[in-house]
Design a protein around this ligand. Structure first.
Ligand code: DAH
Length: 340
C-alpha cells in the first residue's frame, strides 16, 4: 500500500495539463467515488491494525496533495483565461507606438542633394565594387600612388584588380564614358578604405561627389557653385576660402574651407583655433581624365568636387565622434528627429 501511495504521488506531481478539461479528467481519475484515491480508502479496511495509523496518515496526505494540485492548476488557468482589467478598459490611452527617425547621415545627404538639385544637378549612382580602371586608372592615378596600396584599399581580387571603391569618383568616370554631354550630376554613395576606426575615420563612410562637364566650364563656375552650396547648407553668413591642393584627377586642384560654424570664425577647438574648417576637395577635371573617358579635352572642360557626408554632418550638428553614426544608439539617433 505504501508503495502504491508513493507511485501515485509521483504521477500526480508530474501531471501538467494543457487545459482545464484535462484537470477535470484528472480530478475524476483520482478523487471521484470510483477514483484511485477512493479505491485506496476502501482497501484501507484490510490494512493490519499496527500499520493503520501510519498508512492512514499517508492516505490523508495523498488526498490533500491531489486536491491542492487541482486547486492550484485551476487557479493558474483562470489567470490565463481572464483578460486583465486594463485590457478590458477601452477608455485607457492606446499603447505608444515609437516612430522611427531618419539617420543624421541620411538627413544631410538629402539636404545636399536638394541644394544641388535646385541648380540643375541630377543624382546618379554606381557600383560599390569597382575595377581598377574606374577607381584608379581612368582618374589618372599613377601606378605607384599610395591609394592603390593594400593598406588603403580593400581588394577583392588581384590581377586584374577588383576592389571596394575608395571614392565615388568612379561614378564620374562612368558618367563621362556614357558620352552624353553636358554632364551636371552628383554622386552620393558609400565608400571603403582600409583605415583603423577612430573618432575621425572609419573604414566605411559616405561621399557626395559632383561633376560638371560642358563647353567653357571654368574655375569661376566651380567657385560660384560651391559658394552657393556652403551658404545654403551652413547659413548666409558662412565665408569660404580655397587653398591649392593636389588630386590626380583635377588640375588645378583645391580644398575648400568654410568659416567655422561653431565659433563663427573666432577660433575654437573644432577649428583648431584657425577659424576655418575644411569641407571638400575640388578642381578642374584633368584633361587626361577627359581623354581617358573619350571626351575631347580641347573642346570640353569640367569641374569636379567631392565631400565626406560624415564630416559635413559632424560640422553641421557638432558631433565629435564619427563612431556614433554606426553604433545605432537610439539616444543619439533620436536627437535628429526634429531636424527632418
Ligand atoms: N575623390 C576624392 C577623395 O576621395 C575627393 C575629391 C576631391 C573628388 C576632388 C573630386 C575632386 O571630384 O575634384 O578624397
Amino acid at each position: 500500500m505504501k508503495e502504491k501511495i508513493h507511485q501515485i504521488l509521483k504521477d500526480v506531481s508530474g501531471f501538467s495539463p494543457e487545459n482545464k478539461e484535462e484537470i477535470e479528467q484528472f480530478r475524476i481519475k483520482y478523487l471521484s467515488k470510483k477514483g484511485i484515491v477512493s479505491g485506496l480508502f476502501s482497501e484501507f479496511k484490510d490494512v493490519p491494525k499496527e500499520l493503520r495509523k501510519e498508512i492512514g496518515q499517508h492516505l490523508n496526505d495523498l488526498k490533500n496533495n491531489v486536491q491542492e494540485k487541482i486547486n492550484s492548476l485551476n487557479q493558474s488557468f483562470e489567470k490565463i483565461d481572464e483578460p486583465s482589467s486594463s485590457e478590458n478598459d477601452l477608455s485607457l490611452p492606446a499603447d505608444f507606438i515609437q516612430l522611427g527617425s531618419r539617420h543624421p547621415l541620411s538627413i544631410i545627404r538629402k539636404r545636399i542633394i536638394d541644394i544641388f538639385s535646385k541648380i540643375g544637378f541630377t543624382v546618379s549612382e554606381g557600383p560599390e565594387i569597382e575595377d581598377d580602371w574606374h577607381n584608379f586608372t581612368a582618374l589618372n592615378f599613377p601606378e605607384e600612388h599610395p591609394a592603390r596600396d593594400m593598406q588603403d584599399t580593400f581588394f577583392i581580387e588581384k590581377n586584374p584588380d577588383i576592389s571596394l571603391r575608395t571614392h565615388t569618383s568612379s561614378v564620374q568616370v562612368r558618367a563621362m564614358e556614357s558620352g552624353k554631354i553636358p554632364i551636371r550630376e552628383i554622386y552620393p554613395g558609400r565608400v571603403f578604405r582600409n583605415e583603423a576606426i577612430s573618432a575621425r575615420a572609419h573604414c566605411i563612410f559616405h561621399q557626395v561627389e559632383g561633376l560638371y562637364v560642358d563647353n567653357n566650364v571654368s574655375f569661376a563656375d566651380l567657385k560660384q557653385t560651391l559658394f552657393y552650396f556652403a551658404k545654403e547648407l551652413f547659413g548666409e553668413k558662412t565665408k569660404t576660402r580655397f587653398r591649392p591642393s593636389y588630386f590626380p584627377f583635377t588640375e588645378p586642384s583645391a580644398e575648400m574651407d568654410i568659416s567655422c560654424n561653431i565659433c563663427g570664425g573666432k577660433g575654437c577647438n573644432i577649428c583648431k583655433y584657425t577659424g576655418w574648417v575644411e569641407i571638400l576637395g575640388c578642381g578642374m577635371v584633368d584633361p587626361n581624365v577627359l581623354d581617358n573617358c573619350n571626351i575631347d579635352s580641347k573642346e570640353y572642360t569640367g569641374f569636379a568636387f567631392g565631400m565626406g557626408i560624415e564630416r559635413i554632418t559632424m560640422l553641421k550638428y557638432q558631433i565629435k565622434d564619427l563612431r556614433l553614426f554606426f553604433e545605432n544608439d537610439l539616444k543619439f539617433l533620436r536627437q535628429f528627429e526634429s531636424a527632418i
